[in-house]
Design a protein around this ligand. Sequence first.
Ligand code: C5P
Length: 401
Amino acid sequence: MSLAGKRVLLVVAGGIAAFKALELVRLLRREGCGVTAVLTAGGAQFVTALSLQALTEARVYSDLFSLTDESEMGHIQLSRAADLVVVAPASADILAKMAAGLADDLASTLLLATDKRVLVAPAMNVRMWQHPATVANMATLAARGVAVVGPDEGAMACNEFGPGRLAEPPAILAAIASMLAPPVRPLAGRHVLVTSGPTHEPIDPVRYLANRSSGRQGHAIAAALGALGARVTLVSGPVAIPDPPGVEVRHVETAVGMLAACDAALPADAAVCAAAVADWRVADAAAQKLKKTPGAAPPALTLVANPDILATLAAPGPRRPRLVVGFAAETNDLERHAADKRRRKGCDWIVANDVSEAGGVMGGGENEVHLLTEAGIEHWPRAAKEEVARLLAQRIAVALA
Ligand code: C5P
């Protein structure tokens, strides 16, 4: 990690976690990183400008309309001089201001004026974090490319338990370091197709067959491939998570729609099929809502097989991507089923995971996978889905090199 000579503009917003910003400053300074701190009115309730000044060895800014600041280092200039803007802790309030584009104090004004990348480390009560307003604000910010670290889950100062704790300073430091590291782009010039999420197969205009896939793993893979310089087309079924930044997203509903979108996205150098595509669809989805008639038998649904997108993409032919990766969600006999699947589908690699209850992978934040290639099977340790995605993207880069 080399942060020597880099400059971070650190916005310290309100919240009991603000004291951890001091530790973050200490870690950044130890790496040789310059820090300029901006303290919001809320932040000043929890840490003093004096402590921040002592640790940053620089002047601390808090006033939007101070004439001396405006002449020496105005709100525009503040972030121009930085390599990265970090908001830690990021309160629900400042996240809402950022999402709405408000600029009523120094912190929100510089966040609106900055031309630099922004990293936020949210910290708030679990209910505030899970409130639809905050969820929508985070989705807005993510879509604009704002990076997020945390929050962590655990016991909170307000005696509640859940996500909302500020990420630990070493984790924030690592996020800063990775954002400031020179980009390694081994996949520049490559096009990778990724499928993600479930599919919804209509029964009638209001009902559908679906599954519990969240799309988190597939979306993380798309983001990780994009971070390595690939042009990524992400074909996503209906999910509740935001589009990853820097990725072209095609939103689809059904397996048939997903196949059409994949087909339209070809040619590609590689394809990663992480979507949990429904195996069957209703043969004749009703054009009108099916009615419940008293005394009548429930409607019988006839299912027909959906196209197998992975097998279709992996089939030999001029348009076959050079590397086709499939997923195998298994509840038992993982290795044998994954090897069978690799053969049956004709793909090059299978990423196999255990989706039994004990595995807790579906919809969760972590994954424990086996990578099955022509060379054999590798067991990867359990890790955040983003980390699994990063490792897989690196392997894809090596394979396409
Ligand atoms: O056959 P099964 O669903 O177990 O295979 C899983 C793999 O196949 C995943 O990579 C999934 O994305 C892909 N698949 C597909 N189209 C289908 C069914 C599965 O692409 N209709």
